[in-house]
Structure formats: C-alpha cells, structure tokens
Design a protein around this ligand. Structure first.
Ligand SMILES: [Zn+2]
Ligand SMILES: [Zn+2]
Length: 375
C-alpha cells in the first residue's frame, strides 16, 4: 500500500540541522515511475558537501541522499521490468540510477547516460515541488520514469546495495575508463574514503601486482590494507605533496605507476597523481580539485605519454557491475567494515556531520528505525 505522504529529513538551510517533515507522495505513480519504501540509505561525501554549502544548480529545500535501496510499494504502468528485463512487482527490492532526459546530445548521440544534460540526481529535486522526494533521507521515495532499476540479489546486505548506487559504481567506472586493471600492474589509489577503498578492492580483484593507497585517517588505511592494498601512504604523516610523490616513487620503483585512480580531490591531488604515473601510465580523475587546483604538469603528460581520463559518477551498466562485484567478492573482502551502525532518520544531521568530519567512513541511515520515537 502506497502512503499519501512520507516523513523526510529536509535540508532548508545550509549547515543547519535537517528538518523532519511530512512531504506528499504522488497518489498514482506516472507511467514508468515507482514508489519505494527505503530500506537503507548510505551517505556519500557529496551529501555532506551539499549540506555544508551547496553546489551550483541546486536549490533548497531538498531531500539529500543518493545511495539507497528500497522495496517497491507502488508501480506505474510499464514499470514491471528492471534494466535487465527481470520482473519487478510490489515487494521487489531495487536499486536505481539517476534518470536521464533521453533527448540531449549525451543521451542520443553519445549514448552516455552520465553525460545527460538533465540528469536527475535526487538532490536536484526541490522538496516543495512534485514529485517532492527523490532523495534517500526519507521513509519512502519516488523513482522517476527515466531511472533505470536493477533487482538486488536476495542475500545482499542493504548497506552494500545502497552504496552500489554511488560509491561502488563510481569507483568501478573509473577502472573501466582506464580499460580495466591489467595483470600485474602497479596501481596507486589516491584517497581512502569510500571511493578509494572500493577502488583499492577493485584494483586488487582486477589482478594488480602492487596496490598503493594514499589517504587518511589511520582506520580507513587499515580497511584499505584489508581490502588489498600492499602499501599505504598517510597524507597526515606526509603532509607535503612532494613527499607523497617521493614515497610513492620509492614504492613503485623507477617504472612508476601503470594506473593512478584519483579519488582524493583537493587542490594538489591531480598534480600529484600525474607525477605518480610512469611512462604510458593512465591517470583517471574522479576527485574534484576545486578552484585552487595546482596545475597539472602537461610536460610530464607529454614526455611520459600519460593518458589523463575523466570519469563522472556511473550509469546503470556501472551499477550492475557494482552489484556483481560486491556479490562475487563477498568472501574475499569484508565490505561491511566500511559501514557504520544504522541510525534512524532523526539522526541524519549527526550522520552528515560524521561524514563531513571523516569520523565515519560510510554513515548509514535506516529511515524506519526511529519511527516510534518523537520526531
Ligand atoms: Zn555520491
Ligand atoms: Zn539527456
């Protein structure tokens, strides 16, 4: 039974506590759409970033959360199959990708959903206009028609499935953009947040010879080790870009890295990443360097014949790959190590603050957990 309204944690003012409100849900999902009861939402660094200060093109109020898994409670006409053609009905557990417009250059000429000019990220949906709630910090949410769905394997933990929706698919796409990991390659992973950790596991699982993960704090680097890093470099111990590049050079030897996955962001990360590449290295940029970015040394790009590749989030193909990766390597990597204990919807602000301060690797919200508590 689809409810008429849903409790949601609404961002009304940047940096301020989210406000628990009752928002409307469409009475009848339009053709191709669905309404899901959210089983779990995992928070991403982007949610914390948005909460702290916004992003161009985002207007308040919004419902944050773009990594979630949910169970169908209402289906629009023609929404009875997932992207792989498997049946979807009331009670099916799903993950889904951002909707696309279907008629822009990115959609129709390039056929790259991530390059859609009007991609339906949940945080672009204003919470005071229909369909109100497409974000994950709510009990129920609306899946717009253009959002491709995938049925979640029955025994997959909620947290893992939710994280596939951004962190895992984004890391996986970055590896794919580089043409995959070749056997025995030296891979450097910049960043030890969720992207860097999943990138570390992907590099190891993909057949890397040596994996070096660069990041902080120590507990995240410990997970990186458990997920396949042979060596870790702490950016809290080596605070200067030059010292990090030198340390990585020691570890990789004169050949340098064959593949650098740049998930770190920050003003010097791109610069460092290129310098960590050896001859014919591939450098995949995912992290945002921001307005104060240190220039990338293009003379080094030229003289070593380095390929620098951008990688933006992920599409339904990457999402499918993410689910399959998590399922296939569940016995090899303790993926649960990255997730915090689930908190209720009323704890959303605390969870965002924990993400912002990096005291938790992946904060987890179970929106129905605190249902009986006063809002
Ligand atoms: Zn994200
Ligand atoms: Zn489009």
């Amino acid at each position: 039974m689809s409810p008429a309204t849903t409790r949601a944690a609404v961002l009304r003012e940047y940096g301020r506590p989210l406000v628990l409100e009752e928002l409307p849900l469409p009475a009848e999902p339009e053709p191709g759409a669905a309404v899901v009861r959210i089983d779990r939402t995992t928070l991403c660094g982007t949610d914390a970033h948005l909460w702290q200060g916004g992003m161009p093109g985002v207007e308040l109020p919004i419902v944050l959360g773009h990594e979630m898994v949910g169970t169908v409670v209402a289906l629009g006409e023609g929404a009875d199959r997932d992207a792989r053609g498997r049946p979807v009905g009331i009670g099916t557990r799903l993950v889904w990708s951002e909707s696309t417009c279907g008629h822009c250059h990115g959609c129709t000429v390039l056929r790259e959903p991530v390059l859609c000019a009007d991609r339906g990220y949940g945080f672009r949906q204003r919470a005071d206009r229909p369909p109100y709630v497409t974000g994950g910090l709510a009990e129920y949410c609306y899946l717009p028609p253009g959002a491709a769905r995938l049925v979640v394997p029955e025994d997959m933990p909620h947290d893992w499935a939710a994280a596939a929706g951004c962190a895992v698919k984004t890391a996986l796409r970055a590896v794919r953009r580089a043409g995959g990991v070749r056997h025995g390659e030296t891979v450097v992973v910049q960043g030890s947040g969720p992207l860097g950790l999943f990138g570390t596991a992907l590099a190891r699982a993909g057949g890397a010879g040596l994996v070096v993960t660069v990041g902080a704090p120590a507990d995240r680097l410990a997970i990186a080790r458990a997920w396949g890093a042979d060596e870790v470099v702490s950016v809290r111990e080596l605070t200067e870009p030059e010292s990090r590049v030198a340390r990585v050079a020691e570890l990789t030897g004169p050949r340098g890295a064959d593949l650098v996955l740049d998930f770190a962001g920050g003003p010097t990360a791109n610069h460092e990443g290129v310098l960590m590449c050896g001859q014919r290295g591939r450098h995949v940029v995912v992290g945002l360097a921001g307005p104060d970015a240190r220039a990338v040394p293009l003379d080094v790009v030229m003289s070593r014949e380095i390929q620098v590749l951008g990688s933006l989030n992920g599409d339904v193909s990457d999402l499918d790959g993410a689910l399959r990766f998590l399922e296939s390597f569940r016995d090899r990597f303790d993926f649960s190590a990255a997730f915090g204990a689930p908190a209720g919807l009323a704890e959303s602000t605390t969870a965002l603050a924990a993400m912002a301060s990096m005291t938790t690797t992946k904060a987890v919200i179970s929106p129905h957990l605190d249902l009986k508590e006063p809002a």
